[in-house]
Design a protein around this ligand. Structure first.
Ligand code: PMP
Length: 432
């Protein structure tokens, strides 16, 4: 057994001063019945805890670390930029450069506004859609997570689901009334809502590939159907690509699905590990934003130079490295197929869902996990045991069944093989 003395002590101290000892609930190991590791540093595919253990990391700071931790070019960009000052509250050249880089990689973006988190991006995109359409209702999908805005903490995924509060107290009944929920991969449930409220739905938001109930793969006719319904009813289609953007391809999920949303939200990768978010899309809609238009949204630190420098450096590497996404796909396929083989060899019930470098091993007796209802049937107790055994073997996974794992460019074939071996050994013990 590893000795986690320092992390345990640090957590006890943190709990006295920080709610639950963490600044974001998903960092807690509560749902896997443990104490979180306190991280001292990270490099490449590895994280190091304060007890001196090292782990192959598949959390990747929940998505941003597609190049691996502490990439030298990203760190250098941050250091050089920091030396010139950390924030000015006035325009910088870096912001236009960032807008141009994103527009180049994601053709549906005519104009883009930087904010400070994914939460801010989705919150602002919804306000903009409401201002643009002069309507109030929004459709979201059960199990999708769009940050912690009041409007989206309704049947939400990620930590809200993990900790049993998909409808958070504190969200007013008025706000909750304006959020309609439908079933992911269930186009009929979306049609029903449009039939009921044909002229009242301002926006429909979704994760074009979900990560926040674990990875659920959209059926092509579902996404196309949603696009067609939004066009028919004059509803703004918002793709929340905070997780999938620049991860699934240069142009995100919308590129691989071949569907063009009206607005897209970004976060995670575009900050290279610094706090950032963005939302953009059709010119006609973006033109409604202040100071050009009447819809207000602002931010003291928005477009922060350090975040722009880190994110821009990361995006340029993704854009300019030949075969980057093929390389990431190969690594991810090695892991995904390796875990599937573990399940098959041991005749262990489970489903591996993977799209590119996002993956989830669901512990389930079902043949597939294609919906929120399927995800809920998974055995979270088995997941918790698997998680702990993986940790003991030096593999750091998300401390919840309802999350995606992330591959980075820094994961070597050897590390991936080690992860597969650790999974095989854990499943063998679980099999009994
Ligand atoms: N949307 C999606 C799809 C996300 O995965 C997340 C965060 N996991 C968010 C929005 C919220 O982003 P943030 O945590 O930066 O506010």
């Amino acid at each position: 057994m590893k000795n986690y003395t320092q992390s345990i002590a640090a957590f006890q101290e943190a709990q006295k001063h920080i709610p639950g000892g963490v600044n974001s609930p998903v960092r807690s190991f509560k749902s896997v019945d443990g104490d979180p590791l306190f991280i001292a540093s990270a490099k490449g595919a590895k994280v190091f805890d304060i007890d001196g253990h090292e782990y192959i990391d598949y959390v990747g700071s929940w998505g941003p670390m597609i190049l691996g931790h502490a990439h030298p070019d990203v760190i250098m960009a941050i250091q050089k930029t920091a030396a010139k000052g950390t924030s000015f509250g006035a325009p910088t050249l870096l912001e236009t450069e960032m807008a141009l880089q994103i527009k180049k990689m994601v053709p549906s973006i005519d104009s883009i506004r930087m904010v400070n988190s994914g939460t801010e991006a989705t919150m602002s995109a919804l306000r903009l859609a409401r201002g643009y359409t002069n309507r109030e209702l929004v459709i979201k999908f059960e199990g999708c997570y769009h940050g912690h805005n009041d409007s989206f903490l309704i049947k939400a995924g990620s930590g809200a689901l993990t900790f049993g509060t998909p409808n958070s107290p504190g969200v007013t009944s008025g706000t909750a009334r304006d959020t309609l929920t439908a079933g992911y991969n269930d186009l009929d449930s979306v049609k029903e809502l449009f039939n009921r409220y044909p002229e009242q739905i301002a926006a429909l938001i979704l994760e074009p590939v979900t990560g926040n109930m674990g990875v659920v793969i959209p059926e092509p006719e579902f996404i196309q159907g949603v696009r067609d319904l939004c066009t028919k009813y004059g509803t703004v289609l918002i793709f929340d690509e905070v997780m999938t953007g620049f991860r699934l391809s240069k142009g995100g999920a919308q590129q691989i699905l071949g569907i063009t949303p009206d607005l897209t939200c970004f976060g995670k990768i575009i900050g290279g590990g610094l706090p950032v978010g963005a939302y953009g899309g059709k010119q006609e809609i973006m033109d409604k934003l202040a100071p050009k238009g009447p819809v207000y949204q602002a931010g003291t630190l928005s477009g922060n130079p350090l975040a722009m420098a880190a994110g821009l450096t990361a995006l340029k590497i993704l854009d300019e490295t030949d075969g980057f996404y093929d390389m990431l796909e190969d690594k991810s396929a090695q892991l995904g197929e390796g875990i599937k083989k573990c399940l098959a060899d041991l005749n262990f019930p489970g489903v591996v869902n993977r799209v590119g470098s996002m993956f989830t091993l669901f512990f389930t007796e079902e043949e597939q996990v294609n919906s929120f209802a399927d995800a809920l049937k998974c055995n979270t107790v088995t997941y918790a045991k698997y998680f702990k055994m993986a940790l003991e073997s030096g593999v750091y996974l998300a401390p919840s069944q309802f999350e995606a794992g992330f591959m980075s460019a820094a994961h070597t074939s050897k590390k991936i093989d080690k992860t597969i071996e650790a999974t095989y050994e854990a499943l063998k013990v679980l099999k009994g």
